[in-house]
Design a protein around this ligand. Structure first.
Ligand SMILES: Cc1ncc(COP(=O)(O)O)c(C=O)c1O
Length: 402
């Protein structure tokens, strides 16, 4: 039997009654594929075959598709196409970044923030297992790396500093240029995981101060399973994968051409729409937060920090995050508890714990993240459902004589 996944474009239709049912508010986990991205990928998959490494014209056509996409991705972050290494996603880009500047070097120190994505934290743990000293840079209550942490932990022995541009859970934005100054004064390489920032903020590789920057396509309405590491060509990088010399030897393996093409189109759209997306999402988030502010039982995290326009992480006192997530899911509303990669485990978010949030409060956290398809009706729906849950708790409490 041939397994066929269920298909169907994600669209809202009044006609088939799905308009109110598909309330997707989990854009930091992944974004739906943009229509032009899908069209370009289908055209690529339906097109002539060819391995981009082949010298015949079939191969050259595929190579040209990759070249065009490399230019689109480079433009999104103001870099040169030759600075882009395509990877299988943000996770691989982060692994490659940490590996590329430490492999074959005498073990020294690596500083990473305590609120990084697991693909940085666990790679750092692996480095620790091989003799490197890992310094965790602490954050304040608003999820921002502190000056004290930078002063204390970035030393002349530090070889690499890795701090994300925007946090996937709270949306808090770090001052990468200032952190990079600390790194460069110490002679260390600066890496930033810009997976959540790119497409949502204006990001320029050179101005960021970072020498390595990780990107992921599926956070910018492109396909899953493709990403990139943007690099400063003055660096000597050790690859993770060896083989056929693809990606100028930095990442061997026949390229995921359709994925790369989709990523390229998504990058071009992101560049065109970044400012309008930002303004629309920030306005919707303001409506959401104004609605949440009506309930004293609700805490919004990192609200004083400069944040991504689309992200709200909150906890409702008295309700466990997983329970609230399930209740919202029953009402057709998709949100996340903690980061997507760690949901499923009922442990409090390491990000909130690093911010000094009590474990009992952190366990109650959910993340609502908005995107291009989010409407005012979605915001009203999620506020309405949260309000109903709170009423229910109050009634249950009264009945039980709490
Ligand atoms: C900040 C951050 N970095 C890295 C990743 C991993 O990216 P990918 O899913 O492309 O491997 C994610 C995914 O959630 C993320 O949010």
């Amino acid at each position: 039997m041939i397994f066929r996944p269920q298909t169907g474009l994600w669209s809202r239709s009044e006609a088939d009654g799905t308009a109110g049912m598909k309330c997707y508010l989990d854009y930091n986990a992944t974004t739906p594929l943009a229509g032009p991205v899908r069209d370009a990928m289908l055209a690529c998959m339906d097109g002539l075959p060819g391995n981009p490494s082949s010298t015949h014209q079939f191969g050259r056509m595929r190579r040209a598709m990759i070249d065009a996409a490399r230019e689109q991705v480079a433009q999104l972050v103001g870099a040169q196409p030759s600075q882009v290494i395509f990877t299988s996603g943000g996770t691989e880009a982060n692994n490659l970044a940490l590996h590329a500047v430490t492999a074959g070097q005498a073990a020294g120190r690596v500083a990473v923030s305590s609120v990084e994505h697991p693909s940085v934290l666990e790679t750092a743990q692996h480095l620790a297992d091989t003799g490197w000293q890992i310094d965790l840079l602490g954050v304040d209550t608003q999820c921002r790396v502190t000056e004290e942490a930078l002063q204390q932990h970035i030393t002349m022995d530090t070889r690499l500093v890795s701090v994300m541009m925007a946090n996937n859970e709270t949306g808090a934005i770090q001052n990468i240029a200032s952190i990079a100054e600390y790194a460069h004064k110490a002679g260390a390489v600066m890496h930033t995981d810009a997976v959540q920032a790119v497409g949502r903020l204006a990001v320029n590789f050179a101005d960021s101060g970072a020498q390595l920057m990780s990107l992921s396509s599926h956070k910018i309405y492109g396909p899953q399973g493709i990403g990139a590491l943007v690099f400063d060509k003055a660096l000597e990088l050790t690859p993770l994968l060896y083989g056929g010399g693809q990606e100028r030897g930095y990442r061997a393996g026949t390229e995921n051409v359709a994925g790369i093409v989709g990523f390229g189109v998504a990058a071009e759209l992101a560049l065109q729409q970044q400012v309008s997306d930002y303004e629309r999402l920030r306005d919707l988030r303001e409506v959401l937060e104004a609605g949440l502010a009506r309930y004293p039982q609700i805490t919004v995290f990192a609200q004083q920090a400069d944040r991504l326009p689309n992200t709200v992480q909150l906890a409702v006192r008295g309700i466990d995050g997983e329970t609230l997530l399930m209740q919202l899911d029953r009402a057709g509303i998709a949100v996340s508890s903690g980061s997507a990669c760690s949901s499923g485990k009922n442990e409090p978010s390491h990000v909130l714990l690093a911010m000094g949030v009590e474990p009992a409060v952190a366990r109650g956290a959910i993340r609502i993240s908005l995107g291009r398809e989010t409407t005012r009706q979605d915001i009203d729906a999620v506020l309405n459902q949260i309000g109903q849950q709170l009423q229910w708790i109050q009634k249950a409490g009264q009945a039980a004589g709490w």
